[in-house]
Design a protein around this ligand. Sequence first.
Ligand code: APR
Length: 240
Amino acid sequence: MPPGIVVLTGAGISKESGIDTFRDKDGLWTRVDLEEVATIEAWHKDKKKVLDFYNDTRKSFRAAHMVPSAAHKALARLEQKYDGEVTVVTQNIDPLHEQAGSRRVLHMHGRDGEIRCMNCGTISDSDEDLTPHSVCQHCKTIGELRPNIVWFGEMPQHMDEIDEVLQRCGLFLAIGTSGEVYPAAGYVLQVRRRRPRAHTVELNLEPSVNQTLFHEHIYGPATLTVPPYVERVLAQGWKH
Ligand code: APR
Protein backbone atom coordinates (compact mmCIF):
# COMPACT_ATOMS: atom_id res chain seq x y z
CA MET A 1 0.00 0.00 0.00
CA PRO A 2 1.51 3.40 -0.95
CA PRO A 3 1.84 6.02 1.82
CA GLY A 4 -1.23 7.98 2.81
CA ILE A 5 -2.10 11.46 1.65
CA VAL A 6 -3.57 13.94 4.12
CA VAL A 7 -5.17 17.10 2.75
CA LEU A 8 -5.82 19.86 5.28
CA THR A 9 -8.32 22.36 3.89
CA GLY A 10 -9.43 25.77 5.10
CA ALA A 11 -11.84 28.48 4.06
CA GLY A 12 -9.81 29.37 0.95
CA ILE A 13 -10.86 26.18 -0.84
CA SER A 14 -14.52 27.22 -0.61
CA LYS A 15 -13.96 30.88 -1.50
CA GLU A 16 -14.61 30.32 -5.20
CA SER A 17 -17.85 28.53 -4.32
CA GLY A 18 -19.04 31.81 -2.81
CA ILE A 19 -18.25 31.25 0.87
CA ASP A 20 -16.26 33.98 2.57
CA THR A 21 -12.99 33.23 4.31
CA PHE A 22 -12.39 34.50 7.85
CA ARG A 23 -9.24 36.60 7.85
CA ASP A 24 -8.92 38.01 4.33
CA LYS A 25 -9.75 41.69 3.66
CA ASP A 26 -13.41 40.79 3.05
CA GLY A 27 -13.34 37.93 5.58
CA LEU A 28 -16.13 37.14 8.03
CA TRP A 29 -14.14 38.14 11.12
CA THR A 30 -13.63 41.65 9.67
CA ARG A 31 -17.43 42.15 9.73
CA VAL A 32 -18.54 40.05 12.69
CA ASP A 33 -16.96 40.04 16.14
CA LEU A 34 -16.05 36.40 16.69
CA GLU A 35 -16.26 36.92 20.48
CA GLU A 36 -19.96 37.70 19.97
CA VAL A 37 -20.87 34.56 18.00
CA ALA A 38 -18.20 31.88 18.20
CA THR A 39 -17.45 31.34 21.88
CA ILE A 40 -19.23 29.61 24.73
CA GLU A 41 -19.32 32.97 26.53
CA ALA A 42 -21.27 34.46 23.62
CA TRP A 43 -23.74 31.58 23.82
CA HIS A 44 -24.34 32.16 27.53
CA LYS A 45 -24.63 35.91 27.00
CA ASP A 46 -27.04 35.95 24.04
CA LYS A 47 -28.26 32.60 22.71
CA LYS A 48 -30.57 34.19 20.15
CA LYS A 49 -27.76 36.18 18.57
CA VAL A 50 -25.50 33.12 18.30
CA LEU A 51 -28.27 30.85 16.99
CA ASP A 52 -29.46 33.42 14.44
CA PHE A 53 -25.90 33.73 13.14
CA TYR A 54 -25.64 29.97 12.54
CA ASN A 55 -29.21 29.72 11.19
CA ASP A 56 -28.24 32.31 8.57
CA THR A 57 -24.97 30.53 7.82
CA ARG A 58 -26.82 27.25 7.27
CA LYS A 59 -29.31 28.90 4.92
CA SER A 60 -26.53 30.53 2.92
CA PHE A 61 -24.92 27.10 2.38
CA ARG A 62 -28.21 25.90 0.88
CA ALA A 63 -28.16 28.69 -1.73
CA ALA A 64 -28.28 27.28 -5.23
CA HIS A 65 -24.96 28.75 -6.29
CA MET A 66 -23.02 27.08 -3.46
CA VAL A 67 -21.65 24.16 -5.42
CA PRO A 68 -18.30 22.38 -5.14
CA SER A 69 -15.52 23.95 -7.18
CA ALA A 70 -12.96 22.33 -9.44
CA ALA A 71 -10.66 22.17 -6.39
CA HIS A 72 -13.13 20.14 -4.29
CA LYS A 73 -13.76 17.87 -7.28
CA ALA A 74 -10.05 17.33 -7.89
CA LEU A 75 -9.61 16.12 -4.29
CA ALA A 76 -12.51 13.69 -4.73
CA ARG A 77 -10.80 12.39 -7.87
CA LEU A 78 -7.52 12.01 -5.96
CA GLU A 79 -9.30 9.81 -3.39
CA GLN A 80 -10.92 7.72 -6.14
CA LYS A 81 -7.79 7.22 -8.26
CA TYR A 82 -4.90 7.05 -5.79
CA ASP A 83 -3.96 3.53 -4.73
CA GLY A 84 -3.40 4.49 -1.09
CA GLU A 85 -5.47 6.26 1.53
CA VAL A 86 -6.51 9.89 0.98
CA THR A 87 -8.06 11.76 3.91
CA VAL A 88 -9.42 15.28 3.83
CA VAL A 89 -9.11 16.98 7.20
CA THR A 90 -11.16 20.12 6.86
CA GLN A 91 -11.59 23.13 9.11
CA ASN A 92 -14.66 24.05 7.06
CA ILE A 93 -18.19 23.35 8.21
CA ASP A 94 -19.65 23.46 4.69
CA PRO A 95 -20.60 20.21 2.89
CA LEU A 96 -18.73 20.92 -0.35
CA HIS A 97 -16.12 18.13 -0.04
CA GLU A 98 -18.86 15.52 0.38
CA GLN A 99 -20.93 17.07 -2.39
CA ALA A 100 -17.90 16.82 -4.68
CA GLY A 101 -17.63 13.09 -3.91
CA SER A 102 -14.95 12.86 -1.19
CA ARG A 103 -15.80 10.08 1.25
CA ARG A 104 -13.03 10.26 3.83
CA VAL A 105 -13.65 13.74 5.27
CA LEU A 106 -12.98 14.71 8.89
CA HIS A 107 -14.64 17.99 9.88
CA MET A 108 -12.41 19.04 12.75
CA HIS A 109 -14.39 22.23 13.47
CA GLY A 110 -17.77 20.53 13.16
CA ARG A 111 -20.22 20.15 10.34
CA ASP A 112 -23.08 22.37 9.29
CA GLY A 113 -26.44 20.67 9.91
CA GLU A 114 -25.43 18.92 13.13
CA ILE A 115 -26.78 20.03 16.51
CA ARG A 116 -25.82 19.07 20.06
CA CYS A 117 -27.67 19.25 23.34
CA MET A 118 -25.57 20.92 26.03
CA ASN A 119 -27.60 19.09 28.67
CA CYS A 120 -27.43 15.44 27.55
CA GLY A 121 -24.71 15.62 24.86
CA THR A 122 -26.85 14.01 22.14
CA ILE A 123 -25.70 14.92 18.62
CA SER A 124 -28.23 14.80 15.80
CA ASP A 125 -28.74 16.03 12.24
CA SER A 126 -31.12 18.94 11.86
CA ASP A 127 -31.98 21.41 9.16
CA GLU A 128 -34.36 23.36 11.40
CA ASP A 129 -33.62 26.84 12.73
CA LEU A 130 -32.62 26.70 16.40
CA THR A 131 -34.06 29.21 18.87
CA PRO A 132 -33.45 29.70 22.61
CA HIS A 133 -36.72 27.74 23.08
CA SER A 134 -35.86 24.68 20.97
CA VAL A 135 -36.46 21.37 22.75
CA CYS A 136 -34.01 18.45 22.77
CA GLN A 137 -35.82 15.42 21.30
CA HIS A 138 -33.76 13.13 23.53
CA CYS A 139 -33.85 14.66 27.05
CA LYS A 140 -36.66 17.19 26.43
CA THR A 141 -34.63 20.06 27.92
CA ILE A 142 -35.52 23.48 26.56
CA GLY A 143 -32.93 25.98 25.33
CA GLU A 144 -29.78 23.84 25.43
CA LEU A 145 -29.52 22.95 21.73
CA ARG A 146 -26.62 24.53 19.85
CA PRO A 147 -24.88 23.95 16.52
CA ASN A 148 -22.28 21.20 16.84
CA ILE A 149 -19.62 23.63 15.67
CA VAL A 150 -16.29 24.00 17.45
CA TRP A 151 -16.08 27.44 18.96
CA PHE A 152 -12.89 29.25 19.97
CA GLY A 153 -11.45 27.63 23.07
CA GLU A 154 -13.24 24.31 22.47
CA MET A 155 -11.65 20.96 21.62
CA PRO A 156 -11.64 20.18 17.86
CA GLN A 157 -13.37 16.99 16.75
CA HIS A 158 -11.84 13.73 15.40
CA MET A 159 -8.47 14.41 17.06
CA ASP A 160 -7.61 10.69 17.44
CA GLU A 161 -8.44 9.85 13.83
CA ILE A 162 -6.49 12.87 12.59
CA ASP A 163 -3.49 11.84 14.67
CA GLU A 164 -3.63 8.36 13.13
CA VAL A 165 -3.79 9.53 9.52
CA LEU A 166 -0.96 12.01 10.10
CA GLN A 167 1.19 9.10 11.33
CA ARG A 168 0.65 7.24 8.04
CA CYS A 169 1.18 10.31 5.90
CA GLY A 170 3.67 10.46 3.00
CA LEU A 171 2.24 13.60 1.43
CA PHE A 172 0.70 16.45 3.40
CA LEU A 173 -1.15 19.22 1.56
CA ALA A 174 -2.50 22.39 3.17
CA ILE A 175 -5.00 24.15 0.92
CA GLY A 176 -6.62 27.55 1.50
CA THR A 177 -5.73 27.99 5.15
CA SER A 178 -3.95 30.94 6.75
CA GLY A 179 -2.07 28.80 9.29
CA GLU A 180 -3.26 31.01 12.14
CA VAL A 181 -5.48 28.56 14.00
CA TYR A 182 -4.18 25.60 16.03
CA PRO A 183 -4.08 22.64 16.20
CA ALA A 184 -4.50 22.54 12.38
CA ALA A 185 -1.65 25.01 11.88
CA GLY A 186 0.67 22.63 13.76
CA TYR A 187 0.04 19.58 11.58
CA VAL A 188 2.76 20.38 9.05
CA LEU A 189 5.41 20.39 11.79
CA GLN A 190 3.92 17.27 13.35
CA VAL A 191 4.21 15.46 10.00
CA ARG A 192 7.78 16.63 9.44
CA ARG A 193 8.92 15.51 12.89
CA ARG A 194 7.25 12.12 12.80
CA ARG A 195 7.62 11.34 9.10
CA PRO A 196 10.97 12.83 8.03
CA ARG A 197 10.57 11.50 4.48
CA ALA A 198 7.09 12.95 4.00
CA HIS A 199 6.62 15.74 1.49
CA THR A 200 4.64 18.85 2.51
CA VAL A 201 3.02 21.31 0.13
CA GLU A 202 1.16 24.56 0.68
CA LEU A 203 -1.43 25.52 -1.97
CA ASN A 204 -2.79 28.92 -1.06
CA LEU A 205 -3.64 32.26 -2.57
CA GLU A 206 -0.66 33.78 -0.78
CA PRO A 207 2.02 32.62 1.68
CA SER A 208 0.49 31.46 4.95
CA VAL A 209 2.00 32.43 8.30
CA ASN A 210 3.79 29.05 8.58
CA GLN A 211 4.92 28.90 4.94
CA THR A 212 8.57 28.30 5.86
CA LEU A 213 7.64 24.85 7.21
CA PHE A 214 6.52 23.50 3.81
CA HIS A 215 8.83 21.92 1.23
CA GLU A 216 6.85 23.18 -1.73
CA HIS A 217 4.64 26.24 -2.32
CA ILE A 218 2.05 26.73 -5.02
CA TYR A 219 0.28 30.08 -5.00
CA GLY A 220 -2.94 31.04 -6.77
CA PRO A 221 -6.69 30.44 -6.56
CA ALA A 222 -7.46 26.85 -5.54
CA THR A 223 -9.49 26.17 -8.70
CA LEU A 224 -6.38 26.86 -10.78
CA THR A 225 -3.74 25.22 -8.58
CA VAL A 226 -5.37 22.11 -7.08
CA PRO A 227 -6.61 20.30 -10.25
CA PRO A 228 -3.20 20.36 -12.03
CA TYR A 229 -1.40 19.42 -8.81
CA VAL A 230 -3.70 16.41 -8.34
CA GLU A 231 -3.12 15.31 -11.94
CA ARG A 232 0.63 15.61 -11.38
CA VAL A 233 0.48 13.43 -8.26
CA LEU A 234 -1.66 10.81 -9.99
CA ALA A 235 0.64 10.73 -13.04
CA GLN A 236 4.09 11.09 -11.47
CA GLY A 237 3.82 10.92 -7.67
CA TRP A 238 5.13 13.78 -5.58
CA LYS A 239 8.89 13.28 -5.63
CA HIS A 240 10.74 14.62 -8.64
N1 APR B 1 -7.76 29.81 -3.21
C1 APR B 1 -6.84 29.43 -2.30
N2 APR B 1 -6.64 30.08 -1.15
C2 APR B 1 -7.41 31.15 -0.89
C3 APR B 1 -8.40 31.60 -1.79
C4 APR B 1 -8.55 30.88 -3.01
N3 APR B 1 -9.45 31.24 -3.94
N4 APR B 1 -8.99 32.70 -1.26
C5 APR B 1 -8.40 32.91 -0.08
N5 APR B 1 -7.44 31.98 0.15
C6 APR B 1 -6.57 31.84 1.32
C7 APR B 1 -6.20 33.12 2.00
O1 APR B 1 -5.04 33.69 1.40
C8 APR B 1 -5.97 32.69 3.45
O2 APR B 1 -4.60 32.36 3.67
O3 APR B 1 -7.29 31.09 2.28
C9 APR B 1 -6.81 31.43 3.58
C10 APR B 1 -8.02 31.58 4.48
O4 APR B 1 -7.60 31.83 5.81
P1 APR B 1 -8.64 32.04 7.00
O5 APR B 1 -9.65 33.04 6.61
O6 APR B 1 -7.85 32.31 8.23
O7 APR B 1 -9.39 30.63 7.10
P2 APR B 1 -8.92 29.29 7.82
O8 APR B 1 -7.45 29.13 7.75
O9 APR B 1 -9.75 28.20 7.26
O10 APR B 1 -9.36 29.58 9.31
C11 APR B 1 -9.22 28.54 10.26
O11 APR B 1 -10.39 29.83 11.92
O12 APR B 1 -12.09 31.28 12.40
C12 APR B 1 -11.69 29.98 12.47
O13 APR B 1 -13.03 28.10 12.69
C13 APR B 1 -12.62 29.06 11.75
O14 APR B 1 -12.07 27.05 10.53
C14 APR B 1 -11.74 28.41 10.69
C15 APR B 1 -10.34 28.58 11.27
